[in-house]
Design a protein around this ligand. Structure first.
Ligand SMILES: [Ca+2]
Ligand SMILES: [Ca+2]
Length: 212
C-alpha cells in the first residue's frame, strides 16, 4: 500500500513539474523603489503594474516601505509600474511617474532533429542531405542555422518547424551542427554526423535483351 502511494505521489509530482515547465514563460522579478513621503498621516503605499503603459491590474498594498519586489513575471515581457501613497484616512494619491522593466529571457531554446533520423548519425550515398526538426522557447525561437564541418553554412526555413534542403556533402564524415537561438541570443545545438559514401557500384547489365 505504501509503495502504491509513493508511485502515485511521484507521478503527481512529475505531472506538476511537467505542467510548470510547459507554461508559456519562465518567471522573473522586478524591484520597484521610491522616495518616502513626508506627510505625518501617511499610512503606506500601493504598487500597480501591468503589461501595457498606464493599464494596471489590482494594486498591491505593500505597507509603509520604500521598495517592493514583484515575482512571477514572464520572461521576455515588458511590465509597467506606478506607486501611490495612502494616508490614514484612506485618501490615495495620484499615480507616481511610471517606470518599466523588460524581464530578461534567461532560458535557452530546445531543439530536436526529426529527419532524416532522430539519431546522431546517418549514412547516405547521395551528395546532398535534407534535415528537418522542431524548436521551441519560453519566449520564441528567432533563428535556426546550420554549419557543416566540411564547409558550408546557412539558415533554415522556419523556426518551430524548421527544414534545410540540399546541404552539400563531402565524401566521408560531415559533422552538421544545428543551432536554435532566441531573440536574446540563448542557444541550443544539436549535431548529426552524415557519412557520404559515393556509389561506385555500377548496375548489372540488362537481361532478356532481344532483337527482331
Ligand atoms: Ca491626509
Ligand atoms: Ca528563451
Amino acid at each position: 500500500m505504501k509503495r502504491y502511494f509513493s508511485v502515485f505521489f511521484l507521478a503527481g509530482l512529475v505531472f506538476a513539474l511537467a505542467m510548470a515547465w510547459s507554461g508559456h514563460a519562465m518567471a522573473g522579478s522586478a524591484t520597484v523603489k521610491w522616495q518616502p513621503n513626508t506627510e505625518p498621516d501617511l499610512q503606506g503605499y500601493r504598487v500597480y503594474y501591468g503589461t501595457a503603459s498606464r493599464d494596471y491590474g489590482a494594486p498591491i498594498d505593500v505597507g509603509n516601505v520604500t521598495s517592493y519586489t514583484i515575482t512571477g513575471l514572464d520572461e521576455g515581457r515588458t511590465y509597467y509600474f506606478a506607486v501611490t501613497a495612502v494616508d490614514s484616512s484612506g485618501n490615495e494619491s495620484g499615480f507616481s511617474t511610471e517606470v518599466s522593466k523588460t524581464i530578461a529571457d534567461t532560458h535557452a531554446p530546445t531543439l530536436t532533429i526529426t529527419s532524416p533520423t532522430s539519431g546522431s548519425t546517418y549514412d547516405t550515398d547521395q551528395a546532398t542531405v535534407d534535415i528537418a526538426g522542431t524548436a521551441s522557447d519560453n519566449v520564441g525561437v528567432t533563428k535556426v542555422t546550420w554549419t557543416n564541418s566540411r564547409g558550408g553554412s546557412g539558415t533554415a526555413s522556419g523556426t518551430t518547424n524548421w527544414s534545410i534542403s540540399g546541404i552539400p556533402l563531402s565524401e566521408g564524415d560531415n559533422v552538421i551542427v544545428i543551432t536554435a537561438a532566441d531573440a536574446t541570443g540563448n542557444q541550443a545545438t544539436k549535431t548529426i554526423t552524415v557519412t557520404y559514401t559515393r556509389d561506385t557500384t555500377a548496375p548489372a547489365p540488362p537481361r532478356g535483351v532481344t532483337v527482331e
